[in-house]
Design a protein around this ligand. Sequence first.
Ligand SMILES: C[S@@+](CC[C@H](N)C(=O)[O-])C[C@H]1O[C@@H](n2cnc3c(N)ncnc32)[C@H](O)[C@@H]1O
Length: 351
Amino acid sequence: MTVRRATEHDAAALAAIHVGTWQAAYRGQLPQAHLDALDVQERRQQWLASLRRRPAPAVYVAEDDAGAPVGFVVTGPGRDPGADGEVMAIYVRPEHWGRGAGRDLMAAALDRLRADGHAEAVLWVLASNERARRFYEAAGWHADGGSRIEDFAGVPIEELRYRRTVANSVWDEHAATFDDEPDHGLRDPSVRRAWSRLLASVLPPAPASIVDLGCGTGSLSVLAAGQGHRVVGLDGSAAMLRRARGKQPDLPLVRGDVSRPPFAPGSFDVVLVRHVLWAVPDPAATLARWFELGRRLVLIEGRWSTGAGLTAAECTALLRRLGRSAQVRPLTDAALWGKPVTDERYLLVDS
Ligand SMILES: C[S@@+](CC[C@H](N)C(=O)[O-])C[C@H]1O[C@@H](n2cnc3c(N)ncnc32)[C@H](O)[C@@H]1O
């Protein structure tokens, strides 16, 4: 089972899952007239319009091992007063229930909500849908006392609101295994050498002052410090910083929010940021602050096969909005990643 970001090519599959799941899961719970009137073609058009909207909606698809979509989830800002984020929909084809697709989709939804800066989220469920309620309760959601009556084909139906905290644990959860990826841990000497060469090609002569924003386990900070630079790492995750400290105890590390780095403007020669911009809630405002911090911005980003990330075109468009331009260098060398890659990875230096 894999989960990836939906594209407009998924419109037909999403429509089929949407209608098929409603007709199977809600039989006996919603009026049959309402279920019979659901139309796959109409839904497909709605999905197409939705998936073509920009910014793209947060829709993730679960695929089975043969690559067939079996479920989807949609998240976004909460639509009720007092709701921060929301899981708007989560559906899995009935024949795939109990095989992990719902769990994986929920994990993707929580990641997305966190990345969008939500601390808490709600969802609505039919009061009669015992199976779904058990699933949500097992996934850490609880009924918060909110309820509403919705009209389905003229029949009033009760829905209950569920809620859970989503804040600030995903990176902590990832910290223990983060360095297992070759480009994260840089444990393989050839991968480490590739990153060392790349850094040397974009950093000024040592010693330069560098801030590594969202430094994670500190791999790039340690590498740059080893090249003679004065490096400070900043990250929001205590668990990530613990790992960084374990690599180099004297490395200056600060816990804080990369969206509001606690440093005076012009504090650094270089602002170095790898794989972080995609995860901040307001990339344009955050980039503007990063530009103030230092003389040169070195940004390493990607749009990964998981669907997460930012394309180089999205990044350069953000820069243009700030009146900046940049040189983009594709990072296609397998030595950087410890394996061949086909998705989009790049380095961007402002010019
Ligand atoms: C994908 S990891 C990249 C880590 C490191 N830059 C690297 O390339 O190995 C993203 C890191 O950004 C941090 N992060 C994400 N959003 C953040 C925020 N708003 N403030 C501080 N740190 C944040 C996470 O804790 C995590 O360590």
